[in-house]
Design a protein around this ligand. Structure first.
Ligand SMILES: *[C@@H]1O[C@H](CO)[C@@H](O)[C@H](O)[C@H]1NC(C)=O
Ligand SMILES: *[C@@H]1O[C@H](CO)[C@@H](O)[C@H](O)[C@H]1NC(C)=O
Ligand SMILES: *[C@@H]1O[C@H](CO)[C@@H](O)[C@H](O)[C@H]1NC(C)=O
Ligand SMILES: *[C@@H]1O[C@H](CO)[C@@H](O)[C@H](O)[C@H]1NC(C)=O
Ligand SMILES: *[C@@H]1O[C@H](CO)[C@@H](O)[C@H](O)[C@H]1NC(C)=O
Ligand SMILES: *[C@@H]1O[C@H](CO)[C@@H](O)[C@H](O)[C@H]1NC(C)=O
Length: 366
């Protein structure tokens, strides 16, 4: 071997040590991931490693787009509720084949928690951003990060319920920019009559998309024109209802994420700014908040106050309504004909229907 080649070899190894790169896209018990190391997907679209979010000093294992610093936005976090407090963490495979994170004391602080022991398995970070655990004896996928989203959805991920694979995937917001543990907001698809996307705060509805008309959510007409939509919804009569999206073959890097204050947004990578740009976010106005004005209330973000009762209705509780507590909603000023004594019904004043325009459709459309 020539001196020159040895020199090259030396250079390469020095580089590998300092860059902390794990040469392959796989994790095995022989090739674990230490805190200083990073695994790259084959096409280098995604990377996986330990990180500290925001101003936190805690260490978490996350999957990130492989983009230039300083934007290590994690689109998936393994140990979101159980950080490591130093750099002694290790991501490896346990003897029973599970993907695990160990702390410095070799305690398991996170596990893929597959119950069937398979002894010989490998985890691989795919170019889709999916971390997949496979049984080497038969190549079967035992576990994948796409089934356990944190607060973000990537292409090919399903948000919602897929009965064919028995999986339910909800987004759950971080607590804050510094803390990826489960926060107050979650997002998913509800299939009561016609599928709708929902955001909940704890268990109460916080926002809904309005029904899916097989192309767009009808309450979000901007989806029709938006260049980045690509959103699709799959639903059947067996209880499957999930949302996916695809970039097509467009060059932009885009993902959807639910932030810690309940805003679902699409984020596009801006190469010139070297940062994410939010191109769409909800709620778009206060009127988007679920039942903001209560039953029979009407919300108009351009009015002040934003809530009013629809024609023929009055606030259920005038005092609260005046204070801007609108959630109690409105009640009829006069009972319907059919609810009143026939003799009381004034002559010539019959109940009828009123056409209301530019309203959202109710939650219970059938
Ligand atoms: C870090 O975590 C370990 C294991 O949970 C614990 O024993 C140790 O006291 C912690 N150190 C600090 C500085 O909190
Ligand atoms: C595990 O599987 C890999 C790939 O099939 C194989 O190369 C390796 O020898 C196996 N290891 C053990 C301990 O069986
Ligand atoms: C889904 O889960 C249920 C209950 O855990 C089980 O009975 C059913 O066989 C599973 N179906 C599939 C397709 O895995
Ligand atoms: C979550 O909601 C509770 C109750 O409304 C509130 O006290 C708490 O501050 C919220 N937590 C976060 C992280 O926003
Ligand atoms: C969440 O997104 C909304 C809308 O873009 C923004 O106003 C809010 O500040 C964000 N919250 C956090 C904690 O970044
Ligand atoms: C209807 O009229 C009868 C007789 O005047 C009265 O007893 C009854 O309470 C009335 N019902 C209602 C719903 O007002």
């Amino acid at each position: 071997m020539s001196l020159y080649r040895s020199f090259l070899l030396l250079l390469c190894c020095v580089y590998a040590v300092f860059s902390g790169a794990n040469a392959s896209d796989t994790i095995t018990s022989d090739e674990p991931v230490r805190d200083s190391e990073t695994v790259f997907s084959r096409g280098k679209t995604f990377k996986l490693g330990f990180f500290s979010p925001g101003n936190s000093a805690n260490r978490y294992v996350g999957i990130m787009f492989n983009l230039p610093p300083p934007t290590p936005t994690a689109v998936w976090v393994a140990n979101r509720d159980k950080p490591i407090n130093d750099s002694s963490g290790l991501l490896t495979l346990s003897e029973d084949g599970n993907l695990v994170i160990l702390n410095g004391q070799k305690e398991i602080i996170w596990s893929s928690s597959i119950s069937n022991s398979m002894k010989n398995s490998t985890a691989q970070l795919l170019d889709t951003g999916n971390l997949v655990l496979k049984d080497n004896s038969n190549g079967k996928v035992l576990w994948e990060s796409f089934q356990y989203p944190t607060d973000s959805i990537l292409q090919l991920m399903k948000m919602g319920i897929d009965k064919s694979t028995n999986t339910t995937a909800l987004l759950k917001s971080w607590r804050s920019l510094d803390d990826p543990s489960v926060g107050n907001f979650s997002a998913g698809i509800q299939l009561q009559y016609i599928p709708q996307a929902f955001i909940w705060t704890n268990t109460a509805p916080y926002w809904r998309s309005s029904p899916w008309d097989k192309q767009i959510y009808i309450g979000l007409p901007e989806m029709k024109s938006s260049y980045h939509s690509g959103v699709d919804l799959v639903a059947d009569n067996a209880g499957t209802a999930y949302q996916t999206y695809s970039n097509g073959n467009q060059p932009w890097i885009l993902y959807y994420s639910l932030n810690s204050t309940g805003s679902y947004q699409d984020k596009v990578w801006d190469q010139s700014k070297k940062d994410w740009v939010v191109t769409w976010a909800n709620p778009r106005s206060e009127c988007d908040i679920y039942a903001k004005c209560g039953a029979f209330g009407s919300c108009n973000p351009k009015s002040s106050p934003i809530c009013s009762c629809i024609q023929g209705f009055k606030p259920k509780n005038e005092v609260e309504w005046e204070k801007g507590e609108w959630s109690g909603g409105c009640i009829r000023r006069t009972a319907l004909d059919c609810e009143r004594n026939k003799t009381d019904v004034e002559k010539g004043k019959k109940d009828g229907f009123l056409k209301m325009q530019t309203m959202g459709v109710p939650d219970f459309v059938i």
